[in-house]
Design a protein around this ligand. Structure first.
Ligand SMILES: NC(=O)c1ccc[n+]([C@@H]2O[C@H](COP(=O)([O-])OP(=O)(O)OC[C@H]3O[C@@H](n4cnc5c(N)ncnc54)[C@H](OP(=O)(O)O)[C@@H]3O)[C@@H](O)[C@H]2O)c1
Length: 255
């Protein structure tokens, strides 16, 4: 099961394609109904696997029931929590409407918790399964101008690392992916240093190699170095200031 897998250029679809190439049947979850239908057709045609689509809004507290119903009792061996929502115009924390903050928490924090709780419990009962939690480097460092997103991503990291430890020896693997910039957002990252941007298919290959071996993966070397500097070499305060400036430049917020 891969959530947030409807966009052709997105990381979720890259996960889905590599799983389908291995012959796994899939359940794709996303809010984008039409795109989801196209991805399902592509995967069925190219790889001959069984693919089910669950168009739903993860902000909805009933989404987990919709997903469960669509799964129809099928055992989920691999759960990739990948969907995310953040407003494209990157408002500052106090400028973003409270309703938007709440929606983000529902999608990015509660949505991940619902999926992990429901399917993680089944995996533990079977003694088998893998859970991949797609978070971001901004969850480790904080991120002015995408502050709510960074806070949501920090939630995912905290939940995922603890889950990894609690499930040791149960047969269920947990991997927290701490992603850096990836080529999934059109020209949105054009003002960032291009050496920091990874290709989603390469990221997915590294993630699958790390499942069962690592508890956390930063899938690209440039991002590992970037995070090393931010989290180990600088004080926390200095790191926030440096990322704030980096983000201001990258997102065109500088004066
Ligand atoms: N791209 C990067 O540089 C980067 C860096 C670090 C980490 N990540 C993480 O990697 C993952 C994938 O990123 P991406 O860039 O490939 O993302 P994406 O394709 O923009 O988003 C993932 C999918 O989730 C869908 N979605 C949004 N709100 C939803 C909702 N309420 N219910 C269900 N689905 C919803 C999106 O639909 P819409 O397009 O309609 O929103 C989209 O199809 C995310 O968790 C992201 O935080 C990405």
């Amino acid at each position: 099961m891969v959530t947030g897998s409807a966009r052709e250029v997105g990381l979720g679809y890259a996960f889905a394609r590599q799983l389908a190439a291995e012959g796994l049947n899939l359940i794709l979850v996303d809010v984008l109904d039409e795109e989801l239908t196209s991805r399902v057709t592509e995967l069925r045609t190219e790889f001959g696997v069984d693919v089910r689509a669950v168009p739903c809004d993860m902000a909805d507290t009933n989404a987990i029931e919709q997903i469960e119903q669509a799964a129809g009792g099928v055992d989920i061996d691999v759960l990739v929590c990948n969907h995310m929502f953040t407003p494209a115009d990157t408002p500052e924390i106090l400028d973003m409407p409270l309703e938007m903050h709440r929606r983000m928490i529902d999608i990015n924090a509660r949505g991940y918790t619902d999926l992990i709780h429901r399917f993680g419990n089944r995996m533990r009962a079977r003694g088998r399964g893998s859970i991949i939690i797609v978070s971001s480097g901004v969850g480790l460092t904080s991120s002015p101008f995408t502050g709510a997103y960074g806070a949501n991503k920090a939630f995912q990291i905290g939940l995922g690392e603890a889950l990894w430890f609690e499930l040791l020896g149960t047969g269920v693997d947990v991997l927290v992916m701490v992603g850096g910039l990836m080529n999934t957002q059109g020209d949105m990252f054009d003002s960032y240093p291009q050496w920091l941007i990874s290709e989603p298919h390469a990221v997915v290959r590294r993630v699958f190699k790390a499942v069962g071996r690592k508890h956390m993966l930063v899938p690209s070397l440039p991002n590992r170095l970037f995070l090393l500097a931010q989290t180990r070499l600088m004080s926390r305060r200095r790191a926030v200031v440096s990322i704030g400036r980096f983000q201001a430049k990258g997102l065109g917020k500088s004066d």
